[in-house]
Design a protein around this ligand. Structure first.
Ligand SMILES: C[S@@+](CC[C@H](N)C(=O)[O-])C[C@H]1O[C@@H](n2cnc3c(N)ncnc32)[C@H](O)[C@@H]1O
Length: 330
């Protein structure tokens, strides 16, 4: 057990150091140069891919499987919500409920809805961005396109999501098709990106790639209690609404926030929610707690932060850090 714990610490320390080096480099030489250098550093990318796969499969997955509690993994959470959203009994199917809700709002706003309504096929097209080892391949309901700058499995496509184009045509190393996917997954992906602007750009890309009524899943690590980073999560919700997404499911599991965002039938419907919830606009960008801690130390007067109650989890860049320390999953 001791061995497993020290392995776990070694792997997660290495992964976190790659993220933080990239953030620091971006500050000193600018994002463009730092990213280019990072993508050229094949040795680090390869080491990262191996470490990430081992951490996810040998430690997190095993821990979940050993533990007979209600804990579920991020991958399972996404799978279960997809069943509920796309395939539940007709009376309960989330897709239809959300559609009905949006039709009501559109009629109040006098919007004529023109988007093509989504009809789920037997297989849902899922784009897994920053997939690493293709964890969704095992589910029959998904037709997966797994992409990563450093694939750790041969069935993961080598692609830089930041530089890839999106247009009407096919799939290649530099291109993804517009409004093609029912599902886009960012699982532990946004934290890797070194600036808040890049995270927003990635969410905007996801919006373009999804069919109307499709889902964007965002999984982000946080070992603290549900309220600790509530301000951050509110801001994310607000910003995503401005892009055209409505949050349809949110759950805080022991070490992660799990979120499902629906691409609205009309962008104005999601934007309306944001306009009615201006108080959610605490930060105007998609920050991660680590950045806010530094930022708070230097800029005390961040927009509408009114108190000091937000506690940022410096160790939560990767989930489950506390498993190692406490040898326990709750
Ligand atoms: C923390 S890992 C998450 C792996 C997996 N999604 C999971 O949940 O276990 C982040 C992954 O994102 C990949 N990545 C980072 N930036 C990327 C980009 N611009 N395009 C594609 N993949 C990227 C990294 O190589 C890494 O495999």
């Amino acid at each position: 057990m001791q061995m497993a714990c020290s392995d776990h610490i070694k792997l997660s320390t290495f992964i976190k150091s790659v993220h933080s080096n990239l953030r620091e480099k971006s500050k000193s030489i600018g994002f463009q140069e730092a990213w280019k250098e990072h993508c050229r550093d094949e040795q680090t990318l390869e080491e990262y891919a191996k470490a990430m796969k081992e951490l996810a499969i040998s430690h997190w997955q095993n821990n979940f499987e050993k533990n007979n509690s209600k804990a579920i993994s991020r991958v399972e959470w996404i799978y279960k919500y997809c069943l509920e959203y796309f395939y539940n009994d007709e009376a309960k199917i989330q897709l239809l409920r959300q559609r009905e809700r949006e039709f009501e709002i559109a009629s109040k706003m006098e919007i004529l809805l023109e988007a093509i309504l989504l009809t789920p096929e037997k297989c849902l097209k899922l784009l897994d961005v920053g997939s690493c080892y293709n964890p969704f391949a095992r589910y029959d309901i998904f037709d997966v396109l797994a992409v990563d700058i450093a694939p750790s499995n041969p069935d993961v496509y080598k692609m830089d999501f930041l530089t890839t184009n999106i247009d009407g045509t096919g799939i290649s190393e530099n291109n993804l098709p517009i409004e093609h996917f029912e599902i886009v997954v960012f699982s532990l992906f946004l934290e890797y990106l070194p600036t808040p602007d890049l995270r927003i750009q990635s969410c905007m890309k996801a919006y373009k790639l999804l069919k109307p009524e499709g889902l964007l899943f965002i999984i982000t690590p946080d070992s603290k209690h549900v309220g600790a980073n509530a301000q951050v999560m509110k801001s994310w919700r607000y910003i995503l609404a401005k892009i055209g997404f409505s949050r349809v499911r949110y759950e805080k599991l022991s070490h992660i926030h799990c979120m499902a965002f629906r691409k609205s039938l009309d962008k104005r419907i999601a934007e309306r929610w944001a306009d009615l919830h201006e108080n959610y606009k605490i930060y105007d960008k998609i920050y991660i707690p680590q950045e806010l801690q530094t930022k708070q130390n230097t800029v005390k007067t961040e927009t509408s932060i009114t108190d000091n109650k937000v506690l940022f989890d410096i160790d939560s860049e990767l989930p489950f850090s506390s498993i190692t320390l406490m040898d326990d999953i709750r």
